[in-house]
Design a protein around this ligand. Structure first.
Ligand SMILES: Cc1cc2nc3c(=O)[nH]c(=O)nc-3n(C[C@H](O)[C@H](O)[C@H](O)COP(=O)(O)OP(=O)(O)OC[C@H]3O[C@@H](n4cnc5c(N)ncnc54)[C@H](O)[C@@H]3O)c2cc1C
Length: 504
C-alpha cells in the first residue's frame, strides 16, 4: 500500500481526522481538489482585501482545543482567536433602530429586561441550563459515534440531562421560543439563532436555540481571517508527519470487492491505502465516487431521502473607507413571521432577491490587516435558491449582487455604495462547482431531527469496509465545530479498527 490512510478533502473535517491519524504514526495523505485548504472555512484575497469564502463565526472553542490537545500541541502556537464583543449589531428593519448585543449573558439579559423582566429572568435560567447541556454535548454527544439505537442509548445513559433537551429536538424553534419567553422583543432577538442555523423559526429545530447559548459562551474571529483556521490545522498536520496534496481531485474510490483500497484521481492516478476517510459530502461519496452499483439499494434510497441544508449567496465588497460599524457582525431584528415569509419566497418560490435577514460580516473590523490601510473588507450572506425560478445564476448573479448592495445601503450601512472599490459574488452554483458542495448547501444535511445523530451518515461506513466518513455530513453536524468533532470521531474509529486488527 502507498499509504496507511488517504483522506479525501482538506476541509476542517478532513484536516482534523488526518492530523490525528498522522500523529498516531499512520502514514496519512490528505487530497484536496482545490488549490487551498479549508473548504467552506477558507479565505481568498483580491485587490488587497481578504475575504472569508463562507464561514465567518467561530464558536465552541473546545473543538479547536481538543484538536491541538490530541496532537500534543499548544493551540496558541498555531492560531489566535479574537473574542467578538459585542456579538452583533442589530438593526430593526422596520424602524431602523440599532443596538448591540454584548457577549455577556448578563448584558443581554439587561437589554431584555428593558422590555420584560420576566423574560430577562427566563433568559438567565435558560443560559444556566444550556451551560450544563453544552458540557454534555462536547464531552459525550459530539464524541460518541452513532451507528444505531444502542449508541443513542449510550449517550443518554452517560448524560441523562440530554433527555431534558429532547423536547427542543422534537419541537420547532418558534414553539420553544413561545414556551420560554413572553415578549415579542425577546422572540425577535433570539430568532437570529434560527437564521444562523440556516432555517426560519417555524422550520428550524428547537435545539438550535443552543446557538444563543453558544455565542454567549464565546464567539470568536481568527486573527488573519477564517482561512487561518484550516491553515493552522494544515501546519499542525505537517508538524506531526502528515502530508497534503492540493489540486488533487478524487474521481472514484478504489474498491476490492466491498473494501476501500485507495482512490483514483481525475487524471487517472491510482493511490492505494489500507483505509480511506472521506471529508466529501456523504451523498456524493456514495452515489458518485463509489457508484450506486456498489452499494445496497436501500442505502442509495436513504441517501437520496436526506434533505439538504439551505444554500446561500455571498457578496464580497472591498471598501475605501471604514464604515461606522459597532461590531463585526450585523443582523436584522425582525419578527419571526417576517423571517418565515422571506424564507418562503426564497426556498419555496425560488425567488433570487437578496432578503434583508442575512448576516453581514466585516472581518477587517476585527483584524485591520485584512484590508488595505483605511479600507474595509465586508461580506453579506443571504439565503438563496439553488435553482432560481426559471433562470440561471450565471445570467443573474451580477444583478443579484447589485440588489444586495442596494439593500445594504438602504437598511444597514447608508452611503456604502459610494465606497466600493472591489465587488464579487459567490452563488450556490459557485459553491457547488468550486467546493463540490451539493446544491451549495451550507451545513450539508438539514438540521431536521431526521438527519441528526443515528439518522446522519456515521463515521464508519456500514456497506464498504475500511471506509470512514468525517465532516459536516456526518455526526455530529454541519458547522466548523461539528465538522471538526466529526473528523476526530472518524480518526478514533479508524484507530480502534486498526488496533483491533493488529491485536487480532
Ligand atoms: C456561506 C457559508 C457560511 C457559513 N458560516 C458558518 C459560520 O459562520 N460558522 C460555522 O461554524 N459554520 C459555518 N458554515 C458551515 C461550515 O463552514 C461547514 O459546515 C464546515 O466548514 C464544513 O467542513 P467540512 O470539512 O465538513 O467540509 P468542507 O468545508 O466542505 O470541506 C470539504 C473539502 O473537501 C474537498 N473535496 C470534496 N470533494 C473532493 C474530492 N472528490 N477530491 C478532493 N477533495 C474534495 C473540498 O474541496 C473541500 O475543501 C458556513 C458555510 C457556508 C457555505
Amino acid at each position: 500500500m502507498d499509504y496507511d490512510v488517504i483522506v479525501i478533502g482538506a476541509g476542517v473535517g478532513g484536516l482534523s481526522a488526518g492530523a490525528v491519524l498522522a500523529k498516531e504514526g499512520l502514514e496519512t495523505l490528505v487530497l484536496e481538489q482545490s488549490d487551498a485548504v479549508g473548504g467552506c472555512a477558507s479565505s481568498f484575497e483580491n485587490s488587497g482585501f481578504q475575504f472569508d469564502v463562507g464561514a465567518c463565526i467561530v464558536e465552541v472553542l473546545e473543538a479547536h482545543e481538543s484538536f491541538y490537545d490530541r496532537l500534543g500541541l499548544s493551540m496558541r502556537d498555531y492560531i489566535t482567536f479574537l473574542p467578538n464583543d459585542p456579538l452583533y449589531e442589530l438593526v430593526d428593519i422596520l424602524s431602523g433602530e440599532r443596538f448591540t448585543v454584548p457577549a455577556s449573558a448578563e448584558g443581554t439579559a439587561e437589554i431584555i429586561a428593558r422590555h420584560s423582566k420576566a423574560d430577562a429572568d427566563a433568559f438567565m435560567r435558560f443560559m444556566r441550563k444550556q451551560g450544563k447541556l453544552m458540557d454534555d454535548f462536547t464531552q459525550v454527544v459530539f464524541t460518541t459515534p452513532q451507528y444505531g439505537f444502542l449508541d443513542l442509548l449510550k449517550v443518554f445513559a452517560k448524560c441523562p440531562r440530554a433527555l431534558t433537551g429532547l423536547q427542543y429536538l422534537m419541537l420547532p424553534f418558534n414553539k420553544v421560543v413561545d414556551m420560554l419567553f413572553v415578549h415579542p422583543f425577546t422572540h425577535r432577538l433570539v430568532c437570529n439563532s434560527a437564521v444562523i442555523g440556516g432555517l426560519p423559526p417555524s422550520r428550524q429545530v428547537g435545539m438550535m436555540l443552543w446557538q444563543t447559548y453558544a455565542e454567549h459562551a464565546g464567539m470568536y474571529y481568527p486573527q488573519g481571517g477564517m482561512g487561518a483556521v484550516p491553515r493552522a490545522m494544515a501546519r499542525a498536520l505537517d508538524d506531526v508527519g502528515g502530508e497534503i496534496r492540493l489540486s488533487s481531485r478524487v474521481e472514484s474510490l478504489l474498491l476490492e470487492g466491498k473494501r476501500a483500497r485507495g482512490v483514483v484521481l481525475d487524471d487517472g492516478t491510482i493511490i492505494t491505502s489500507r483505509a480511506v476517510v472521506s471529508n466529501a459530502n456523504a451523498t456524493d461519496l456514495y452515489l458518485k465516487m463509489i457508484g450506486e452499483e456498489n452499494i445496497p439499494r436501500m442505502v442509495a434510497k436513504g441517501l437520496r431521502s436526506y434533505e439538504l441544508s439551505p444554500s446561500c449567496a455571498v457578496g464580497y465588497l472591498g471598501l475605501d473607507y471604514r464604515p461606522p460599524l459597532q461590531a463585526q457582525h450585523i443582523m436584522a431584528l425582525a419578527d419571526p413571521e417576517l423571517i418565515d415569509l422571506f424564507w418562503s419566497d426564497v426556498c419555496d418560490n425560488g425567488m433570487a432577491v437578496p432578503q434583508s435577514v442575512g448576516l453581514i460580516s466585516s472581518p477587517s473590523y476585527m483584524d485591520a490587516s485584512l484590508a488595505p490601510e483605511g479600507g474595509a473588507a465586508l461580506s453579506f450572506i443571504t439565503m438563496a435558491p439553488r435553482r432560481p425560478g426559471g433562470a440561471d445564476w450565471s445570467e443573474m448573479k451580477w444583478d443579484y449582487l447589485e440588489h444586495g448592495i442596494e439593500m445594504l445601503d438602504a437598511i444597514y450601512i447608508p452611503g456604502i455604495k459610494d465606497h466600493i472599490v472591489f465587488k464579487t459574488i459567490a452563488t450556490p452554483e459557485d459553491f457547488e462547482e468550486k467546493l463540490l458542495i451539493p446544491d451549495g448547501c451550507i451545513y450539508s444535511y438539514s438540521m431536521s431531527v431526521l438527519s441528526q445523530m443515528i439518522f446522519r451518515p456515521c463515521s464508519r461506513s456500514k456497506c464498504i469496509k475500511d471506509l470512514y466518513l468525517s465532516g459536516a455530513s456526518t455526526h455530529p453536524s454541519g458547522s466548523i465545530p461539528g465538522a471538526l468533532y466529526g473528523g476526530l470521531l472518524a480518526a478514533d474509529v479508524v484507530l480502534a479498527d486498526m488496533n483491533g486488527r493488529r491485536r487480532g
